[in-house]
Design a protein around this ligand. Structure first.
Ligand code: 1GP
Length: 260
């Protein structure tokens, strides 16, 4: 096994969690990114921005252009770490800085609890990238998003924050270092403030929230409830100028934290 790369992403998440400052991850879905004529090219300003992380992933099985997209994004990312957010073990590829090693603990499908992970582990070991052990939970108002269909699992309802909290706590006791609660790509019902609060109050590890966050108001809700990092994908695809707006909002929010 190669030595793991410096734990840069771990440090970023730890610093956000400790300082109570807020972060942003931009999620790029390679399925929607043909390299030639890619909309990503217009983002080479992110290398000089305070974007915290870039996630690359999708819930599709295909790896058709995954490696190329990772390579391409690395070129524009500068020092912003590029993290694989895998939809399947096929998306484990060299060139990224880190990988979210997810177990879908809100579901009961063994394939996504441990099966894909067993297939991914030897590939990751040979690549030596930073590994982020992450409890991954799908939570929304009952919508079926692509990740639900592919994983054949149902989301936990937002109306059941205690069950979300207990599930996340079980992940924490199993040794997972991060909790990622996702409403699913393009979800109309983001993870509720009650859910975020109940997990935040109980589990002492960085909390990542994503799915359906398409306005700075929704970002603010997630931040105020306790998210350390929010993940945005669709809203940036739809409006390329939104990423700059999001980063400006984050900077102002963090500045106000310092003042108060
Ligand atoms: C999906 O959390 C991510 O897994 C991001 O969701 O594309 O809705 O921002 P959106």
């Amino acid at each position: 096994m190669q030595n793991q790369k410096v734990n840069r992403v771990r440090s970023i998440l730890k610093a956000l969690h400790k300082s109570r400052k807020k972060g942003v991850a931009w999620l790029i879905d390679p399925e929607k990114c043909p390299i030639e004529n890619s909309f990503i090219s217009q983002y080479d300003w992110v290398k000089n921005s305070d974007l915290d992380l870039i996630f690359i992933g999708g819930s599709q099985f295909s790896d058709s252009n995954f490696h190329d997209v990772v390579k391409f994004v690395k070129q524009i990312a500068g020092n912003v770490p590029v993290v694989i957010f895998p939809g399947s073990h096929i998306q484990v590829t060299s060139g990224a800085d880190a990988i979210l090693f997810l177990s879908l603990i809100s579901g009961r499908n063994p394939e996504y609890l441990i099966g894909q992970q067993v297939a991914a582990a030897p590939k990751i070991a040979s690549m030596g990238m930073e590994v982020l052990p992450t409890a991954y939970l799908l939570v929304n108002d009952g919508e079926i998003t692509s990740v639900n269909s592919i994983s054949q699992t149902l989301p936990i309802p937002n109306r059941n924050p205690q069950f979300v909290r207990d599930t996340a706590l079980a992940g924490y006791y199993l040794g997972m270092k991060y909790v990622f609660i996702d409403a699913g790509s393009g979800s109309k019902s983001p993870v509720s403030k009650e859910v975020i609060k109940s997990v935040k109050n109980k589990i002492p590890c960085p909390l990542i929230i994503g799915g359906g966050i398409n306005s700075t108001e929704k970002m603010k809700d997630a931040y105020q409830a306790g998210a350390d990092l929010v993940v945005l994908g669709n809203s940036i695809e739809k409006d390329p100028g939104f990423l700059a707006e999001v980063l400006e909002f984050k900077a102002t929010y963090n500045l106000c934290l310092n003042v108060n």
